[in-house]
Structure formats: structure tokens, C-alpha cells
Design a protein around this ligand. Structure first.
Ligand code: GUN
Length: 286
């Protein structure tokens, strides 16, 4: 049996259409939802990412303003700019693209963003809200993974989910989201002694390490759901994930491809968080 593919492109398209509808509804009330994207420096990958984020926003009717600053910008100058965006009522979401130049403390920068505008979900207030189950903004990548599980109608309650990777952006928030759905969650990482023994027990595996072939076919329980967050290049320079896709596909029940899986969902969830931020400010329609 080969796994069913969870099509991130198709699902992201559907989510963008939903966001476009919500945007229209706000515009009808005279509110233009707006995302401020801030890029410091000339990192080539970041330049591409922010362009995509701005284009996605515009496509769904959100106003995206992209601010580019030279790598010589001081941390104080950036913090001042963020405070101005915090105070600007027409801005609903603020995204500071990472990585920042080395002379900046990215924690300090992120903590300066107003939590109500933290559409990346990276602020400590957002992380804390997720942890205690209060409203906040969820980081886009794990949020997108959860949406993929929802899209296939997967019931997480009582299931064993194994998360590979413990980053603040993916692994840890993913584990909390799965826990919030009553899954039994195991977080594994580079110091885990017997990863295979754990993944073989998993009904759901989320691989978020950033290394090819972290999950191979012999490590997967037949029928399991496999979500691949990885973004790597193989020897030929082709984009690939953390999962040995071709082989794991023969064992898993469901699997996400790379490209066309989690990537487009991450981008879509940024739009969801941004429209959500604008709706929270606008309040319920009268
Ligand atoms: N750099 C790579 N991914 C991201 C992301 O999701 N948000 C921000 N702000 N920077 C990134």
C-alpha cells in the first residue's frame, strides 16, 4: 500500500480563499488589514521569503508593506521602528524576518513586537499563551502541520505523536498543539538514544530537524501519518525534506511531500494570523 499524499498546495489555496473572504468582510466595515514586513540586511533566502509573503498577502487582499533596511542598521534603530509600528493603528501584524544581522539580539527584537501584532507567534507572550491554552498567535509552521492533520480528518485524541526536533519555532510548539488535542506526545532530538524505537510506536511523526533522511522506512509504523517539515537540498540540488519520501511512502498511511507540503501551509498560516489580528482589533460586527 502506498500512502495518501497530503497536498499542501491545494490546502493552502483553500485557506487563502477563506482569508480573502474574511478580508473582504473587514474591508466592507472600512478596515484594511495590514501586515508590516521588516527585512534587515541582504540575506538572499530572506529576500525571496519576504517577497513571497508580501505577494501572498496582496493576493488575499491584505495590504503588505515591505520595509528593507541595510545590514548596518543599529539594533536601537530597529527597536525604534518596531515601536512605531506597534503604535500605528493601521498595522495589524508585524513580521521581522529572521535571521537578523549578527550585531542584533533577535530575542530582544522579537520581544519588542507588541504581542497583539505578533503574527509569527515568536514572542514569549505567544509561546506562553500556547502553553497555557489561552488565545494568542501560534507559530505558522506547526499551526500549518496541525491544519494538515485536520484536513484529513485525523482524530489525535489518544494517539501517540512523535515530534523529531525541539526548536522554539517548530518542535516545541508542535508538541504543545498536539498535546492540546489530547495526543500522547514524545519530543525527540539530537541526544535521543533510540529514535527508531520511539518512531515505530508513533501514529503521527512530525520531522523537523533540517537534515535529510532523518526518518527512513524502517522507522515508520505501517499506516502512520508522516509530516515532513524539513527543507534541504540533495546532491543534485533538488529540494527535499527530512523524510526518505519514496521509501516511507510505501509504509505510511499519509505523508506530506517536499516541496508542496508544509512550506505552502506555513505561508498560508501567516495570512490566517494576520487576518485574525485585524479581526481581534475590529471586534465583532455590530
Ligand atoms: N526566517 C525563516 N522562517 C521565518 C519565519 O517563519 N518568520 C520569520 N520572521 N523569519 C523567518
Amino acid at each position: 500500500m502506498t500512502a495518501q499524499i497530503i497536498d499542501g498546495n491545494a490546502l493552502a489555496k483553500q485557506i487563502r480563499a477563506e482569508v480573502a473572504g474574511r478580508t473582504e468582510a473587514l474591508k466592507a466595515r472600512g478596515i484594511q488589514p495590514r501586515l508590516a514586513i521588516v527585512l534587515v540586511g541582504e540575506d538572499p533566502a530572506s529576500q525571496v521569503y519576504v517577497k513571497h509573503k508580501a505577494a501572498d498577502s496582496e493576493q488575499t487582499g491584505l495590504l503588505a508593506t515591505l520595509e528593507r533596511y541595510p545590514a548596518t542598521m543599529t539594533e536601537d534603530e530597529l527597536l525604534t521602528r518596531i515601536r512605531a509600528l506597534n503604535a500605528e493603528p493601521s498595522v495589524h501584524g508585524i513580521l521581522v524576518q529572521l535571521p537578523l544581522p549578527r550585531h542584533m539580539d533577535s530575542h530582544k527584537v522579537i520581544e519588542t513586537i507588541a504581542p497583539a501584532k505578533d503574527v509569527d507567534g515568536f514572542h514569549i507572550a505567544s509561546a506562553g499563551a500556547l502553553m497555557v491554552g489561552q488565545p494568542g498567535f501560534w507559530p505558522c509552521t506547526p499551526y500549518g502541520c496541525l491544519k494538515m492533520l485536520d484536513a484529513i480528518g485525523y482524530e489525535l485524541k489518544g494517539k501517540h505523536a512523535v515530534v523529531i526536533g525541539r526548536s522554539n519555532i517548530v518542535g516545541k510548539p508542535m508538541a504543545l498543539m498536539l498535546l492540546g488535542r489530547d495526543a500522547t506526545v514524545t519530543i525527540t532530538h539530537s541526544r535521543t538514544t533510540d529514535l527508531k524505537a520511539l518512531t515505530l510506536q508513533a501514529d503521527v511523526v512530525v520531522a523537523a530537524v533540517g537534515k535529510r533522511n532523518v526518518l527512513t522506512a524502517d522507522m515508520v509504523k505501517p499506516g502512520a501519518v508522516v509530516i515532513d517539515v524539513g527543507m534541504n537540498r540533495n546532491e543534485e540540488g533538488k529540494l527535499c525534506g527530512d523524510v526518505d519520501f519514496e521509501a516511507v511512502k510505501q509504509v505510511a498511511g499519509w505523508i506530506t511531500p517536499v516541496p508542496g507540503g508544509v512550506g505552502p501551509m506555513t505561508r498560508a498560516m501567516l495570512l490566517v494570523n494576520t487576518i485574525e489580528a485585524a479581526e481581534r482589533v475590529a471586534g465583532r460586527p455590530a
